[in-house]
Write a protein of this length. Structure first.
Length: 646
């Protein structure tokens, strides 16, 4: 045991249940359940892997207690009928067999769903107030219906206990139904279920009381609560603590302290803009006020941060959420002092939270862990026969292809024309808050070195070298280059690309950035931080639409604070001596004076090697930006998928 982190591995009791350590995998929607809401083998293997990785407690994702209006997604894990018990029992047994305790989070989305998910019905809530994100007309629950939902939660808890779960958790956070009743933000009722503290707390209290009637007081109940909601009329920290006190008196055994609702989800799924462990002080306030254990939540990825939270007494346990997706072996590595071996979470949300909720993916994935949801496949990787694989390009796609191909048993050689591996990630990490993306490269370079991949730096792979090496497979991951738009004056000396800027090109004081996507906005943010006067010109109606909502929220906030001017629905007509001629709503004007024009207008593939090698090598694959410029997640997925199929 590494003594620096021994505090994380002390046992703890929750309502009669003993945990071997203080490390919790919190509930995170996966999309791994079967379409009918039953447990799939894929879901079992996902949780089994994290239990084997050393976590003391695993809490299953949002699980529907109501099969009519209580689903928030099409593949919603469910517990609203006894027919779900056998599958849940199989999962519990498998998790128990590898040493972890397991809880089930009971949930009803309330207004946070859509008719398409709940059979064409209107979402329901405490009041007929639509969620501001989902914007669906919402029907107010009657008192009789509320009583039925209370019973649905209680019966869900009964089924969980029958399935062998060690505890249940009531999801009273993030703007779902229980949370909606607990706050004036969503609850406008004037009857006994609204109007103030006693009305707001009534619904969750009735749920806890009914569970205790059914199951007694020897079955632990966790309550997940948002410390504060950070929206108008939303609950504050002192109000949340008072509600938690009442819930504990009624029989709640542990508080799982998160933050935010749908409208403030940039904090719930905090990007790198937020400090690691940023919500721990809120957890500390709950711990000071309550006689039961508290779980802290919020970008707790670093073992030093986690240990400090426990050692300082701010919380009794820590939720290692997105980090457990990136590296399910986190506890084992920390316990044995292999901290440098941890594959670190980026807090990017691309494949997990926002992957499902925003980008429309059917299930979660991870930039840092292509094995996520494919645990069985990666448990025993083996190719039908070993091949000689040559990879051109050492960016994310090439590195992941090299790692996976070597893992599957192939003999891999990688060529990179630059003096360092990393590709465009090496400049993507330069804007504010992006340094964490170095981990995309660091973890993969470490892996391919350990797997024996032969690496050639400062050496471009040419068709002649391909012919000389004569591999069985050539994977082209040579990336992309900036796309230069057809704009008059684009060849002027004061015009540079965003890539040039991040590599250190000189930029004047007054700057126009052409293009307001991810690259343009982050480059503008970078320049404004240096004191430049920056204007973004974007032809679409909105900026940063290719960025997830959490990172976009903080990026826009920084741009506004730095005084960056933004012109949307505007096109650049010409770059002249006087400045930049733009057109908006048929009105033409000149932005002047302008010292430097920065182009952030997209990218185009660099893949000439593929065409030149098709007559030399039987198998040629083009991946990542070399095929179609896109995001790191797509590049990594293509690298892994291509290598697995060799």
């Amino acid at each position: 045991m590494d003594e620096r982190y021994s505090v994380l591995f002390q046992p703890i009791e929750i309502g009669g249940m003993w945990l071997k350590n203080r490390l919790v995998v919190p509930p995170m929607g996966t999309g791994f359940a079967n379409e009918d809401g039953t447990v799939s083998e894929r879901l079992i293997q996902y949780h089994e892997t994290r239990a084997r990785g050393g976590f003391g407690l695993i809490i299953l994702e949002v699980t529907a207690v109501d099969g009519v209006e209580g689903k928030g997604s099409t593949h919603q894990l469910s517990v609203y009928d006894d027919r779900f018990i056998p599958g849940l029992r199989r999962l519990v047994e498998r998790v128990h067999n590898v040493g972890a305790k397991v809880g089930l989070q009971l949930y009803h989305p309330g207004r946070v769903t859509s008719p398409a998910v709940i059979g064409g019905r209107q979402p329901v809530g405490p009041s007929p107030v639509p969620d501001p994100i989902w914007r669906q007309p919402t029907r107010e629950l009657t008192v009789e219906e509320i009583e039925k939902v209370v019973e649905a939660f209680a019966q869900g808890a009964r089924r969980a206990k029958e399935a062998g779960f060690d505890m249940v958790e009531l999801h009273g956070a993030h703007g779902y139904l229980i949370s909606q009743f607990m706050s004036a933000y969503a609850n406008k009722r004037t009857d006994e279920y609204g109007g103030g503290f006693e009305g707001f707390i009534r619904f969750p209290v009735e749920i806890v009381r009914r569970i205790r009637q059914l199951l007694g007081f020897d079955f632990p109940i966790s309550f997940r609560i948002s410390s504060e909601e950070r929206v108008p009329d939303g609950r504050t920290l002192p109000e949340s603590i008072e509600m938690a006190k009442r819930l504990v008196r009624e029989g709640v055994n542990v508080l799982h302290v998160s933050i935010g609702v749908m409208e403030s989800s940039a904090f719930t799924s905090a990007p790198p803009d937020m400090e690691p462990g940023f919500n721990a002080e809120a957890a500390a306030a709950f711990k000071k006020a309550l006689p039961v254990p508290v779980i802290a939540v919020g970008r707790i990825h670093d073992p030093d941060v986690a240990a400090d939270i426990i050692r300082s007494g701010r919380a009794d346990m820590v939720a290692i959420g997105r980090q457990s997706l990136a590296d399910p072996e986190w506890p084992n590595k920390v316990a044995t002092g292999r901290v440098d071996d941890i594959v670190r979470c980026l807090s990017c949300n691309e494949g997990c939270i926002e992957g499902i909720a925003y980008w429309g993916r059917p299930s979660i994935t991870c930039v840092q862990n292509p094995a996520l949801g494919r645990e069985a496949e990666y448990a025993a990787p083996r190719a039908p026969r070993q091949k000689k694989v040559v990879i051109a390009g050492g960016g994310p796609a090439g590195l992941e292809a090299a790692r996976t191909a070597a893992l599957w048993g192939h003999k891999v050689t990688l060529y990179e024309k630059e003096k360092a591996l990393g590709g465009q990630v090496n400049i993507a990490v330069i804007p504010p808050t992006k340094e964490i993306y170095k981990e995309v490269i660091r973890s993969r370079v470490k892996a391919i070195e350990e797997l024996g991949v032969e690496i050639h730096l400062d050496e471009e792979l040419t068709p002649g070298k391909v012919k000389k090496v004569s591999p069985d497979v050539l994977i082209v991951a040579t990336g992309s280059k900036p796309l230069i738009p057809n704009i008059a004056g684009v060849d002027r000396k004061n015009v540079v690309t965003a890539s040039d800027v991040l590599k250190g090109a000189k930029v004047g004081q007054k700057v126009v950035v052409v293009g307001g996507g991810l690259v343009g906005c982050e480059t503008a943010d970078y320049l404004a931080q240096q004191g430049k006067e920056v204007t973004i010109v974007e032809m679409l109606r909105h900026t940063a639409r290719d960025i997830g909502p959490a990172a976009r929220y903080f990026l826009r906030r920084r741009m506004a604070a730095k005084g960056i001017k933004i012109l949307t629905s505007t096109t650049v007509e010409e770059i002249t001596d006087e400045g930049v001629k733009v057109r908006s709503e048929q009105v033409e004007r000149v932005l002047s004076p302008v010292d430097t024009v920065v182009l952030a207008t997209g990218a185009e593939p660099v893949n000439q090697l593929a065409n030149a090698s098709k007559d030399i090598i039987p198998e040629v694959y083009v991946i990542g930006d070399a095929g179609k410029p896109g995001k790191i997640l797509t590049a990594v997925e293509q690298g892994a998928e291509t290598a697995r199929k060799l």
